[in-house]
Design a protein around this ligand. Structure first.
Ligand SMILES: [Zn+2]
Ligand SMILES: [Zn+2]
Length: 275
């Protein structure tokens, strides 16, 4: 199993990261993708990927940080993106719920980093909240203007351009994203009672999805409200199986293969031995 989105930074995991990682490998997690949120955490993600060959980095400026981000910060992300441990640009996107940054600045920083992904031929990890149509419009126009972006996976294989993480859109929006070459990803919210993502997941199935913990946030039941960690991923896998009606083994197979393909991970990290 692959945790496609976990923020394993020193602020939350400084003291016990090695224990957290041991627990994760022991329960069948084979790789963890660590997305940056600003210059500092993107640097940390790159350092983690250099230290452990089952950790992979994304570098990017989160929409919450867009207002604070300078041109130098964007230049640093571009520089970090050249590191061999970097598998995507992210997390980037638009958040119109919190609006910690003005929508104009968010759009500017988002588009800048979408074009960086195109330039480096990397996939993107996208964050949205109350901003699904605007974010979809941006990725659609970038994808249409740059048909050669991530060409190696085009053909019968979809989902090569990126992932909308913590997906909270409709089933129709998910299907539009699949057509655009995007996956959608589900965190511990699938274990919450009456979660609005449950009927969506039921409708779209598990073929075009990824799994994530979004650690340290959104811990699944029965850890809800506590610090989340990648070793809780099996709880999410089980909930996805239950909700979608897809057997657990297939959920693990699809989501692992999708993450390996999207992030061009080494084939060996897809092998789950302990699950
Ligand atoms: Zn996010
Ligand atoms: Zn995140």
């Amino acid at each position: 199993m692959i945790d496609s989105h976990a923020h394993l930074f020193t602020g939350d995991f400084g003291q016990d990261l090695e224990d957290v990682l041991s627990r994760s490998w022991a329960c069948g997690v084979t790789a963890i993708v660590v997305p940056g949120t600003n210059g500092r955490t993107s640097r940390e993600a790159v350092e983690l990927s250099a230290r452990n060959d089952r950790l992979f980095a994304c570098v990017g400026i989160h929409p919450h940080e867009a207002e604070k981000a300078s041109e130098e910060d964007l230049a640093e992300i571009a520089e970090l993106a050249a590191h061999p441990g970097v598998v995507a640009i992210g997390e980037i996107g638009l958040d119109y719920y919190y609006n910690f940054s003005s929508p104009e600045r968010q759009k500017e920083v988002f588009l800048n980093q979408m074009l960086l992904a195109v330039e480096r031929n990397l996939p993107v990890v996208i964050h949205t909240r109350e901003s699904m149509s605007a974010a979809m419009e941006t990725v659609r126009s970038v994808a249409e203007e740059h048909p050669a972006w991530r060409p190696e996976a085009v053909g019968d294989v979809k989902g090569c351009r990126g992932v909308f993480h913590c997906f909270t859109g409709t089933a129709d929006q998910a299907r539009d994203l699949f057509e655009l070459g995007f996956f959608v990803s589900f965190p511990g919210m699938v274990t919450f009672k009456n979660s609005p993502v449950v009927p969506v997941l039921k409708e779209i199935g598990a073929k075009n999805i990824l799994m994530e913990t979004d650690s340290p946030y959104l811990a699944p039941v029965p850890h809800r409200g506590k610090r989340n960690e990648p070793s809780y991923l099996p709880l999410i896998a089980k909930a996805i199986a239950q909700v979608s009606g897809v057997p657990l083994k297939e959920v693990v197979e699809y989501t692992t293969a999708n993450a390996v393909r999207l992030f061009s991970l080494k084939a060996n990290v897809g092998t789950t031995q302990h699950f």
